[in-house]
Every structure is written in C-alpha cells, then in structure tokens.
Design a protein around this ligand. Structure first.
Ligand SMILES: Cc1ncc(COP(=O)(O)O)c(C=O)c1O
Length: 466
C-alpha cells in the first residue's frame, strides 16, 4: 500500500537532496484530515477571495514585495499558464527563452501563440547559462509585435540572469516581463542568495514555494509586481487552469511560510550559508569529480543547487547518482549525462553536507581520469529551426518513425528529459542531424527522454504533404 511504503521510506536513513524544500522535517499541529476542509463558512473562496484568504495572500505579497500575490495549489504550472495567457492575446507573439519549462510551451499551444526564441549561452561545462539582456534587446527591436518576454531565472541548475537590466529593456519597449522563478522562492531574503525578480522590475513572478522552501508539494505563488499586467485577467485565467477545490492544507502551508521566514528565516539562512561555504571549499580538494563553482559560470548563481560534474573521469552522471544512492543512501535530485544535482534548502542539516562530502571523497578515490568523456558533453539543447507554430504542428496528423531516419522531418511532439522538463525539440521544429546524434548519445548514457518510444527510440513526426 502506498501509505505504508511512504511511512517506511520516511523512516529510512536515505537523506533527501531533492524537492520538496521541507526535506520531510516539518510537522503538522494535528491529524491532517482534521484540517482538510472545503469552502465552509468563514474560510473564504480562493477563486473569489475577500476574507481570510485575501488577507493571507496580501500578507505574502507584502512580505515578498509584490503588489498582490495569488496562492497556487497546482504548482507553478498553473501560474505560468495564467501569466502567459493574461499577458499575450490569443494568436499573439511572445519572446521566450528556449530553455523554458514545458508548462510555458503548453501556454503557447493553448493560446495559439507564435514564439521568438532567445537561447541561453552555454557554459564551459555545457550547462545552459544565463540569458543575455543584449539578446533580448536585439530580438525585441526586430519584432515590434512581441507582447511579452518570458525567461526562467534561476534555472534548474541555479543559473541567474540579469533581471534588472532585462526589465529595463523590456519596459523601454513597452512590454511585459514574466519571470519563472519556480526554483528561486528563497531569493531576496538573505544576502548570500540572489535578489528576487519581484524586486528587480519583473511584472509577474511565479515561484514554486514547494521546491526550495518548507511547503507541501504543489504549493506555489504568482506575484503580480506592476500594473503592466491586469489583475482581473490573471484571475480569469487562474480560474480556468486551477482546481476548483483548492486544498486548505496546501494554502495553510503557504501562509505558514511567511511566519516561518519571519521567525526562523534569518537563523536558518545564516546556517545554510555557512554549510554551503564549507561544502564548496572542501569539495575543491576532489581529484576527478568536480563540484561546479561560481567561476564556472558567467553570471550570478544559486549555490543551494550543488552540481557535481563527472566530465573528466571514468563514470557518467547516472553511475554517480546510483552509487550515491546505493552505497551512501543519498537521494539526489537528478542526473544528467555528465553531472548530478543535489538540492539544498533551509531545512538541511550539517549531517547531510558531511555525508555528501564523505561519499564524494570515497567515490573520487576509486576513479581515474578519462578525457574521452568529453566527447559526449556537447549540450543537447542546440538551436532548432522552427517550421510551424506549436499549435499548428499539434493540429496536424503524425506518424511514428525511428529517430535514426527522422532527420529532415518536422517534430509532431515534445522530446525532453524529466527533470528538467526543458524540451530538446518542440512540435513544429525540424529534426536535424544533431538531434538524431543526441538521441543516440542519451541512449548510451541510459537516458531515455519523454516523447521517445520503444527500444528503437521512435518519435512522432508530421505526416508529409499535410
Ligand atoms: C523551471 C521550472 N518552471 C516551472 C516548473 C513547474 O513547477 P511546478 O512543478 O511547481 O508546477 C518547473 C518544474 O520542475 C520548473 O523546473
């Protein structure tokens, strides 16, 4: 039974270097069922909030520095759908970072939007780096029908873009800036971590509170930070995309975050900063594994996302992830071809950092240098040619063919690794030689992306002649 399995797991010694940010260390005041209600008298209605929920949301907004905040119980996903839908009219154009989460592409499909893409720089470790404000300026100047700009900062890898500069550019062109800050709900509350986009000029900011702060999975917040985007339009779309039965447990967990940060935030942030500084310094002594440091990136970074690269030694990301779990009972957030990610939060304890260091040094001692790994590391998120809009492509007939014979076809579906949920290809893009090679390389590394079917790695492409 699932419940029994969860209980057994929670009592095991497996240490969580993954979401949710509460790290299974928060407690409820009483039995959860006793707190689980619907919109009974005195408890307001999230979709027409004017009582206690309106008050709690405004308290969050005041704390975060937003004009108003909307509690989300369907994750950042429903906030992203609502923000894009509210900012761009149906059939309009949006400038969107190509390293966006799939939920943003789904908004484009639902609203039949056309996209101009801005691509991130690629770091020396072949990780998607920051979005350059200059690139946004160039694209926005060339397309005066762009209605809004959408970027992700920080990324799943902790890469932060220059939101202040981007906002100035976007506003100078009279457009709206939406920032997916799903991975940065802890920003803006302590000098060791970057400032939040809320306070840097973004017009809408969406945060998955559950990812990095101690809140239940699915709890998120949409912050409206300026009048450039209409409050009523956001409400209308949240009404469509969000459950009509929002959980009071999740909403209570969200309002609890403000009290938590007010009372315990400073001390916990101080402690986390000390643990991280110690961890990063010690990890410099690893011989073959490499913990990515600030100097490996161009811009600012959220160091609570620890990235451990295997690029110059004789194991790949998956093998490192498996050894950490099997031999040391450390559950990491994810593995990729050449690195693994450990997510840290305010709820981490010294024990976790010590255990991770011990495990890394122990594994490192068994490794040897292997430069051939470098052959693999070219970033799989290469530039693709758009043939049709996502909506137009998804309305067409598709056939399923093996990846190796797909070059030159137009993709009929998404292909992405989950996590992070960033499409390698989206519907309507041309399948190029790099894509075919990348699928083969991922298969060799034991990474089968979503959207690829069966042992032959087949995918949906548009039927010819339609
Ligand atoms: C960058 C980014 N944005 C948005 C989301 C969606 O967030 P949620 O799971 O809270 O719906 C994710 C999920 O992993 C993400 O990585």
């Amino acid at each position: 039974m699932l419940l029994e399995k969860l209980k057994t797991y929670s009592q095991s010694d497996i240490y969580p270097f993954h979401m949710p940010g509460h790290k299974r260390r928060m407690t409820l005041p009483s039995d959860a069922y006793g707190l689980d209600i619907t919109e009974v008298e005195g408890f307001d209605n999230l979709h027409r909030a004017e009582g206690i929920l309106a008050g709690e949301q405004q308290r969050f907004a005041d704390f975060a520095g937003a004009k108003d905040s909307f509690f989300l119980v369907n994750g950042s996903t429903c906030g992203i759908l609502a923000a894009i839908s509210a900012a761009v009219p149906r059939g309009g154009r949006i400038l969107i970072a190509r390293n966006s989460h799939k939920s943003a592409y789904h908004a484009l499909m639902l609203r039949q939007l056309s996209a101009c893409y801005v691509y991130p720089k690629i770091s020396i470790f072949d990780i998607q780096d920051m979005i350059l404000a200059e690139d946004i300026e160039r694209i926005i100047s060339a397309h005066n029908d762009i209605e809004a700009v959408y970027i992700t900062s920080p990324t799943y890898d902790g890469v932060v873009s220059d939101i202040k500069k981007t906002a100035q550019i976007v506003h100078a062109h009279g457009k709206v800036l939406i920032v997916d800050e799903a991975h940065g709900a802890h920003f803006g509350y302590h000098p060791f971590f970057p400032e939040s986009a809320v306070k840097q000029g973004a017009d809408v900011v969406i945060q998955s509170i559950h990812k990095t702060l101690p809140a239940f999975t699915q709890s998120a917040v949409l912050h409206r930070c300026s009048d450039r985007i209409d409050e009523e339009r956001i409400r209308q779309f949240l009404d469509i995309y969000e459950s009509s039965s929002p959980s009071y447990l999740l909403m209570a967990g969200l309002s609890r975050i403000v009290s938590f940060l007010e009372t315990e935030g400073k001390e916990r942030f101080d402690r986390l900063a000390e643990h991280l500084k110690y961890f990063y310094e010690k990890s410099r002594q690893l011989r073959f594994l490499h913990v990515l440091q600030d100097e490996d990136f161009d811009g600012e970074r959220d160091v609570s996302k620890i990235l451990i690269s295997t690029r110059s030694c004789n194991i790949c990301g998956r093998e490192l992830y498996e050894r950490l779990l099997k031999d040391f009972h450390l559950q990491l957030e994810m593995y990729s071809g050449e690195y693994v990610t450990a997510l840290c939060s305010l709820m981490d304890e010294e024990e976790g950092f010590e255990r991770l260091l011990t495990a890394l040094f122990s594994i490192d001692g068994t490794l040897r240098e292997d430069k051939e790994q470098n052959d693999f590391v070219r970033c799989i998120y290469s530039r693709k040619k758009q043939i049709l809009s996502i909506y137009d492509a998804m309305e067409r007939q598709t056939v399923t063919i093996d990846a190796e014979s797909a070059q030159g076809h137009v993709s009929g579906g998404y292909v992405y690794l989950y996590p992070p949920g960033i499409p390698i290809i989206v519907p309507g893009e041309e399948i190029d030689a790099a894509f075919v090679q990348d699928m083969e390389r991922l298969k060799v590394r034991g990474l089968i992306p979503e959207g690829m079917k069966g042992p032959g790695m087949a995918l949906d492409v548009l039927s010819r002649g339609l």
